[in-house]
Write a protein that binds this ligand. Structure first.
Ligand code: SIN
Length: 422
């Protein structure tokens, strides 16, 4: 039998790898390379060429160590230092994305382009799936070049020259306020002042235009009034996130995704908890700041021999506060690190009075059989919601390590001491 129809899409060919497109918009399955190897410049250049072509690359069966993950990332550029996401022990530039019944995909469930809330957002991200749930926890990517291209001519003209504010507070502000109070909110905003980016961004390497607003972090258009701004943002986001612009990846253990943040957005799908999902991600900094004048994008000076670029340096107006190396909130911010054992009252009693019984009950319904004391629960409850799940998971892991079936304040202290390098 012969078929009249053949694909019209012209695909590039590579010497060191094979690329099979995953959708009509973006994404390709890559085979023929082992990312754990010390890859030659030729192979790296081909992977990068495929990235510019397909925007997100997927590889299966890439078993590697954190050291190999880091070596790979360094071949593409400079890793970003520790921020608000917990890090892998000993690797401040590798983000630990650990999810279970407490720590879900969280805010990342909304579409975003990594770090657009900084003046210098990430250029690329390399995400490894270490332990992945079966049949859930997929990730979707959206092609923002296609989203731009499929707008009408008059809309493209209207958007040209507009700028938009990007801020962490859009997605996380309310949770931090409720969970950590005004001081924690203020600290977050001091560390992460809102930034402004062009609405249409020209990709510095392909020269193609992309829509650069996202659901999680873009809050408003600076040139429009609130009513116009809200309506336009809603319309543009709805227009962008449609299946014709997307691809969806089904993870397995040891799958890797490499994507270009300048022309894509992504979101993890939160349909797998209480299953466990463990990923390690490295963000590679872009030393070009998106600008309305793409030929004159400001450049970020940085030390090429450094281990990483500090996240504070990714803001033009440097924030006053710095992150702890493990991304943990400073003591005053969340109340979780309040000194205990000062010779006065038993800290368990001191905190126990404050606990919300419903929260304690929920904690004690955990499937690990670990009983939380009221004191430990009260301290965990004070941690802003965004960080709380990771803290609970770490406390359970520490209790298990110590062979204890009880999670009490001394276990919390042990976790915090470790996080501070103590
Ligand atoms: C991310 O947003 O960094 C990862 C998305 C995911 O968890 O699937």
């Amino acid at each position: 039998m012969s078929y009249l129809f053949t694909s019209q899409r012209e695909l590039p060919s590579y010497r060191h790898l094979e690329a099979e497109p995953l959708s009509g918009a973006l994404g390709a399955m890559i085979s023929g390379v082992d990312l754990a190897d010390d890859l030659s410049r030729d192979v790296i250049n081909e992977i990068y060429a495929a990235l510019l072509e397909f925007k997100v690359l997927f590889l299966r069966d890439q078993e590697m160590t954190d050291e190999q993950h880091l070596r790979l990332a360094r071949k593409f550029g400079m890793p970003q230092g520790p921020g608000s996401i917990p890090q892998v022990e000993g690797y401040p530039m590798i983000r630990l994305q650990r999810m279970d019944e407490y720590q879900t995909i969280g805010g990342d469930v909304n579409y975003h382009s990594d770090d657009s809330y900084r003046d210098y957002p990430s250029r690329m991200s390399i995400l490894r799936g270490l332990t992945m749930p079966i049949g859930g926890g997929n990730t979707i990517w959206c092609d923002m070049e296609k989203a731009y291209a499929s707008l009408s001519g008059p809309m493209k003209t209207f958007l040209e020259g507009l700028t938009a504010e990007h801020t962490l507070s859009k997605n996380f502000g309310q949770g931090i306020l409720e969970g950590g109070g005004a001081k924690a909110y203020e600290d977050m905003m001091k560390r992460n002042p809102p930034v402004v980016h062009p609405v249409i961004r020209t990709h510095p390497e392909t020269g193609r235009k992309c829509l650069y607003v996202n659901e999680m972090l873009t809050s408003r258009f600076l040139e429009l009034n609130k009513e116009e701004s809200d309506a336009l943002l809603e319309m543009l986001l709805e227009h962008s996130y449609q299946p014709e612009h997307e691809c969806r990846f089904f993870w397995r253990d040891n799958s890797v995704a490499i994507w270009d943040n300048r022309c894509t957005q992504h979101r993890g799908i939160n349909d797998f908890t209480p299953a466990f999902r463990l990923m390690h991600r490295i963000a590679i900094v872009d030393d070009r700041r998106p600008s309305l004048d793409p030929d004159n994008e400001p450049r970020l000076p940085y030390d090429r021999n450094a281990d990483f670029i500090r996240v504070e340096d990714l803001f033009v107006n440097k924030p006053e506060l710095t992150y702890h190396v493990d991304g943990e909130e400073p003591a005053q911010g969340n109340g979780a690190a309040t000194e205990s054992g000062n010779g006065a009252a038993d800290p368990e009693d001191e905190y126990a009075a404050e606990v919300d019984r419903k929260f304690l009950e929920k904690l004690n319904g955990n499937r690990h059989g670990i009983a939380f004391t009221a004191g430990a629960a009260a301290r965990l409850e004070k941690i802003p919601r965004m960080f709380r799940g990771a803290a609970i998971s770490a406390v359970i892991a520490e209790a298990q390590k110590q062979g204890s079936t009880e999670a009490n304040i001394s276990i919390l202290d042990a976790v915090q001491a470790k996080r501070r390098g103590g």
